[in-house]
Design a protein around this ligand. Structure first.
Ligand code: MSP
Length: 672
């Protein structure tokens, strides 16, 4: 049995969780669920990072004590885990005594060993940002975060002898090729280690920042938040510097650790954390995996841009499992990606509703209709069957290693080769024709292989779609959803009862109403132009305190003026008609516009350009009946002539829904 200890970063409680936080937790959970299914000894840790300047400032802004603030915010992170179906084994908070006592014991131990010493810290201090900067961080000699003047400050502080362990770390990276992943990010660390590594300032004078763990050997100082936070990976599994005081669980968990972190905190983890471990006489974790960042329309998520994606809303709108699938499938785990509702919508429909959902529904419904609703027997393999079997073997062999290396999107891509092949297999083997011709044995064989692909998908998808995968297994007559025979088209139980029921993933017809409303609200609240942010230096091994971000207030919407009154005759001038959308395509020159071909019951359908692209994918509009202003003078919109206007709900802030007819009506019907 392999021991595997998976950790996420512990999240700052300066604000509510966003999609970036959900991302790492979901990835860690998927990895753990996979290993649990393999029978490994798994432990998943997550939690909240509750000390330091950012948290102190957030509490002060709310006018409550930092502890009360942490208690409340930490709960939001716990609630998010439950919402996205994360089954963590432990949740640590850095304000808990089980953590603070270990941090103090470690500090005392390193101090006694001579690895911590006092010296003067010098640097450019920004009172506005409440942090030090190095010379090269400054922009025009001013604080890069606030643009305010900085002053040269010298103050006594405590330092950890990080530089002493730099060579040991360089050697470790050389000798353990799997330690830093993915390979693309490893080079960043190797590059940083080519330079000299200084010592790390691990204290903050209480007079400047008191929200932290007091140094056991100097009561005027608290511990630097990163030195405190990194130790959570040890404190949570029963570590103590004195071996006699360690929990027996510790040896079970360390060093079999797999730390999942965002790329921005790879430096702190690879350099601060590894050298801290060397100083404690411990080996670093087995693997440090840095994933990329979710952006929104190419920009970093930020409150001031009003583009922070709330995972709670996504779960309500699309479903927790759809969110898990999207996040792990859409971008390779090490790379950056762009979040958009359109991409979410398309991915959910294409992969889950169309490919997998369709395969399951087709195979199950035909088996129910023509074969008595039980698992049919296999027949002798044809060439096509052999090719399908070979693909299943490839998936069975390749999926696990990719998944264990956190290459979730690649693993899913591989599985989808089989799912798509399953749909093509049904098309080419035409079970309906076999049924018509009375070829029952072949019909059974074809449907059995199609059902087997569904079984393989259910087995391999369980770590990502825990509930849906079980639902699929149930439909296939498997009370358990075992991870066996995933490389073979022979794992179902002959004669077991099948249950088709409703489709596994209903097709989304339009963006969920809550999403459309949120998009409109975001449009209304977003500042007209994003405030240019000074370029910030990436987090490096500098010993200066963490940076702070200041949120610009969102532009306020002005009071709405009541609409001016018109005469009935004015209204009667407008010819409103129902129109059936026959075709829809993106406008070649404008992201927000769609070019629609609409049947108004006239000799020729009309071309109408509509600002619907932010809310609707073109393909979901085809077949919908809408209300059209039919007597608007034609107008050219970005080079395409538009002959009318489609009515939609939502005003200037953005479209939330289409104005449509509540019952089927003929194109061209009068609306009044
Ligand atoms: N508290 C530290 C970590 C200490 S671990 C000993 C911290 N917290 S954080 O809340 O700011 O960030 C937590 C994680 O969220 C980081 O891994 C960070 O990379 C990740 N993300 C924050 N925004 C993100 C995206 N937009 N996309 C993906 N992940 C992002 O740093």
């Amino acid at each position: 049995m392999r021991s595997i200890y998976v950790t996420t970063p512990i999240y700052y409680v300066n604000d509510k969780p966003h999609i970036g936080h959900a991302y790492t937790s979901i990835a860690a959970d998927a990895l753990c669920r996979w290993h649990r299914r393999c029978g490994d000894d798994v432990w998943m840790l997550t939690g909240t990072d509750e000390h330091g300047q950012k948290v102190l400032r957030s509490a002060a802004l709310r006018g409550i004590s930092p502890q009360a603030h942490c208690d409340e915010l930490s709960e939001h992170f716990r609630a998010l885990l439950r919402l996205v179906q994360v089954e963590n084994d432990d949740f640590i908070r850095t304000t808990e005594p089980r953590h603070t006592s270990v941090v103090q014991a470690v500090l005392q131990h390193l101090y006694d060993r001579g690895d911590i010493y006092a010296a003067d810290y010098e640097g450019w201090y920004s009172t506005a940002a409440e942090r030090f900067w190095t010379e090269k961080d400054l922009i025009d000699g001013k604080c890069p975060d606030t643009g305010q003047p900085v002053e040269w400050v010298t103050e006594k502080n405590w330092f950890f002898k990080m530089g002493k362990y730099a060579d040991q770390l360089r050697a470790w990276i050389d000798e353990n090729p799997g330690f830093l992943a993915p390979a693309s990010r490893k080079s960043e660390v190797v590059g940083a280690l080519r330079k000299e590594i200084g010592d790390l300032c691990i204290s903050r004078p209480k007079e400047r920042m008191s929200w932290g763990i007091e140094l056991p050997f100097d009561r005027d100082y608290v511990t630097y938040v990163w030195f405190d936070a990194l130790l959570n990976y040890l404190s949570a599994v029963g570590y103590h510097p004195d071996p006699a005081l360690r929990s027996p669980d510790f040896a079970r968990r360390w060093p079999a650790a797999f730390h999942l972190v965002g790329k921005d905190i790879l430096a702190t983890h690879s350099i601060y954390w590894s050298t801290m471990l060397f100083a404690l006489g411990l080996p670093p974790a087995r693997c440090l995996y840095a994933h990329g960042w979710w952006m929104v329309e190419g920009r970093k998520m930020s409150k001031s841009l009003g583009n922070v994606v709330d995972p709670t809303m996504l779960v309500r709108a699309y479903g927790a499992e759809q969110l898990r699938y999207f996040l792990l499938r859409e971008i390779p785990f090490g790379g950056d990606g762009d979040f958009s509702h359109q991409a979410f919508f398309n991915r959910t429909n294409a992969d889950l509703a169309n490919d997998l959902g369709n395969l399951a529904h087709r195979a199950l419904s035909m088996s129910e209709k023509w074969l008595g609703g039980v698992v049919p027997a296999l027949d002798a393999d044809t060439e096509a069957d052999q090719a399908l079997g070979a693909l299943a073997a490839k998936v069975g062999e390749g999926f696990g290693p990719l998944f264990e290396a956190a290459q979730f999107s690649k693993a899913l891509e591989l599985l989808w080769e089989l799912v798509s092949a399953g749909n093509k297999y049904i098309d080419s083997q035409a079970p309906w024709a076999l049924n018509k011709a009375g070829q029952v044995v072949r019909l059974g064989g074809v449907l059995r292989r199609s059902l087997e692909i569904c079984r393989i998908a259910a087995a391999l998808l369980a770590p990502i779609l825990p509930t849906k995968a079980q639902e699929l297994a149930d439909k296939l007559g498997l009370p358990e959803n075992p991870l066996q025979r995933v490389g073979s088209l022979d794992g179902l139980i002959d004669g077991a009862p099948l249950r088709c029921g409703d489709p596994l993933f209903p097709r989304l017809l339009e963006l969920p109403a809550e999403v459309s409303a949120a998009l409109s609200a975001a449009l209304a609240e977003a500042p007209p132009e994003p405030a240019p942010k000074p370029k910030k230096s990436p987090k490096t091994t500098t010993s200066a305190p963490m940076s702070e971000t200041t949120a610009a207030p969102a532009a306020e919407a002005g009071p709405a003026a009541g609409p001016a009154l018109i005469e009935y005759d004015d209204f009667a001038k407008i010819a409103l008609r129902t129109g059936l959308i026959k075709e829809a395509a993106r406008h070649p020159k404008a992201d927000r516009l769609l070019v629609l071909t609409i049947d108004l019951g006239e000799a020729q359908p009309r071309t109408i350009v509509a600002g619907l692209a932010s809310t609707y994918a073109p393909e979901v509009l085809v077949g919908q009946t809408v209300v059209v202003v039919a007597n608007l003078k034609p107008i050219k919109l970005r080079g395409v002539e538009s002959h009318g206007m489609v009515l939609a709900v939502g005003g200037d802030a953005g479209v939330q829904a289409l104005a449509t007819a509540s019952a089927p009506v003929a194109p061209g019907t009068v609306v009044r």
